[in-house]
Design a protein around this ligand. Structure first.
Ligand code: CS2
Length: 509
């Protein structure tokens, strides 16, 4: 959740953002032009973080502006107690918030988004969430629950029954904790009432995110009620999708900007870049919004788009995030504006990631990569490396390790990716940058990663023993000899820049 503890200090003349005050707002804030009262909660969205608010809620708001007779509204859902603050803020603001789009040239465009119309708290009132999902008005349940939220046992790729919450959900189907428990409880009701199924739309950065959601939900449902599992298998659609918009953590400066510039008190706005992309497989259980009017692309197969995005953008972020953190950088633009880091990033993308990608209809990869470097360089986004590096144990197995494995299989270059894993080992071991300044590490596997990495001086491959992340990578001799050589060099010299230069030089760049 965004670290946004300070609320803007309101002056007596300031306007609180809420429905009643919409007509008093500056037109420059582009308040909704449609009748919010006419919206129906046809979408239930789980995980109302910054990304949902800059992406799906934005696309839906755009659609509503273009077609005022459209009635697709979003009912937000939080499943964790940590969602209390967003629930309270949205409630106070009648679920309105400002999206602040910051361009690289310094221009800022803000708009008040009106597509979210409610918020339900799964941790304190699970029944309300289940009933809302089960209500015939709901046609889509969409998810932004992060890479780790799919409850995958990364060592096997299967549903993780070691998670006590999964067992709890089997025993207490009406008071679930995991999203899968909520979905089966709601789908059970719909099946019992002979209602059509809703579509489940994943909006997370995972290859084949729809297929994975389906696999995990069916595994859970199979244990709970095999007949329900069959029904889900036949009736529920899980379109795969590629989602993209860089959305940094909101800071107090974002709220202050709105207060100073427009006299508006928005307790939790969202800042993002201008670029926005959403490519979805057009397979829905029933109706869907005509999001294409708002710029969404509907395609028969999203695989090449998602692979391209995960392996270039997300992995590129991790390259800058981990190497940049060791070097002492704070933000992505700082890192990418350093010529060594830019060259390294481009080398990784051209030499290691690109050969593993499939052709993408209508996209010229070289231009896509240049655009990525421009997007990363946007100085007004202030995307912190701490955001990029958080939960690396859930990200790197999706963003980076598949590229490394493909290159191991094909005999391709592995040095750029290997140095990244070596940097991650040092980062997890020392928990400081190379100057000894402390780094705040947020990761569900922080302790196991630290313990494994701390054994590196005695046994250079020790970090790779974290099997849920690395699987059997340590069995590949070409990889391990490269890894050991780089670990020894980094631990001896504490000099990441020289190692990066060597990788670039060895690649003949
Ligand atoms: C980032 C993503 O979490 C990460 O490491 O790479 O959040 C990225 O900013 C988004 O996927 C952009 O679409």
């Amino acid at each position: 959740m965004p670290n946004h503890s300070e609320s803007p200090k309101a002056a007596s003349s300031s306007i609180s953002l809420n429905q009643a005050n919409l007509s008093r707002l500056s037109p420059d804030l582009n308040p909704p032009t449609y009748d919010r009262k006419a919206l129906k909660p046809r979408i239930v969205h789980v995980g109302v973080g910054g990304f949902h608010r800059s992406h799906e809620a934005f696309y839906t708001d755009e659609l509503l502006r273009q077609n005022p007779s459209c009635d697709w509204g979003i009912c937000g859902v939080g499943l964790r107690e940590a969602d209390t603050r967003i629930a309270e803020v949205l409630k106070r603001q009648d679920h309105l918030y400002t999206l602040i789009v910051r361009r690289p040239d310094g221009k800022v465009e803000s708009r008040v988004i009106g597509s979210i119309m409610g918020f339900l708290q799964g941790w304190s009132d699970p029944e309300a969430v289940i009933n809302q999902m089960a209500d015939p008005v709901t046609e889509i349940v969409s998810l932004t629950i992060t890479e780790g939220g799919y409850n995958v046992d990364t060592a096997t790729g299967e549903f993780n029954w070691n998670n006590p919450d999964a067992v709890h959900d089997l025993e207490h189907p009406q008071t679930p904790k995991l999203v899968f428990g909520f979905l089966t409880a709601a789908l059970q009701q719909r099946r019992a009432k002979n209602l059509p199924a809703f579509t489940i739309q994943s909006c997370d950065n995972i290859q084949h995110n729809g297929n994975l959601t389906r696999k995990m939900l069916l595994a859970f449902a199979e244990r709970q009620d095999p007949e329900l599992a069959n029904w889900i298998d036949t009736h529920v659609a899980f379109p795969n999708a590629m989602v993209d918009r860089i959305t940094p953590v909101t800071t107090a400066a974002d709220s202050n900007h709105l207060l100073e510039r427009y006299g508006v008190v928005d307790e939790w706005p969202v800042t993002c870049e201008p670029f926005c992309q959403w490519v979805i497989e057009d397979q829905f259980s029933s109706e869907r919004p005509a999001w294409e009017a708002a710029g969404t692309q509907f395609v028969p197969d999203v695989t090449p788009y998602e692979k391209m995005k995960l392996r270039l953008l997300n992995a590129g972020h991790s390259v800058l995030g981990l190497l940049g953190s060791l070097h002492g950088f704070d933000t992505i633009d700082e890192a990418v504006n350093d010529s060594l880091f830019a060259e390294y990033l481009r080398g990784f993308m051209d030499i290691e990631a690109t050969p593993t990608l499939d052709r993408v209809e209508g996209i010229e990869l070289s231009g896509y990569k240049s655009t990525l470097i421009e997007r990363f360089g946007n100085p007004n986004i202030q995307d912190r490396l701490s955001r990029i590096c958080l939960e690396s144990s859930a990200k790197l197995p999706v963003f980076l390790i598949p590229t490394l494995r493909d290159n191991l299989d094909s005999g391709g270059s592995i040095k750029f990716a290997t140095l990244l894993l070596v940097a991650w080992c040092y980062y997890s071991d020392q928990q400081t940058d190379l100057e000894g300044n402390g780094l705040e590490i947020i990761d569900g596997l922080k302790e196991p990663l630290h313990r494994a990495a701390a054994g590196t001086r005695q046994e250079p491959l020790s970090f790779l023993e974290v099997k849920p992340v690395f699987g059997d990578l340590a069995c590949d001799d070409r990889f391990t000899s490269q890894y050991i050589a780089m670990v020894e060099a980094l631990y001896e010299t504490n000099d990441i820049a020289s190692l990066m230069k060597t990788v670039i030089a060895d690649a003949g760049l």
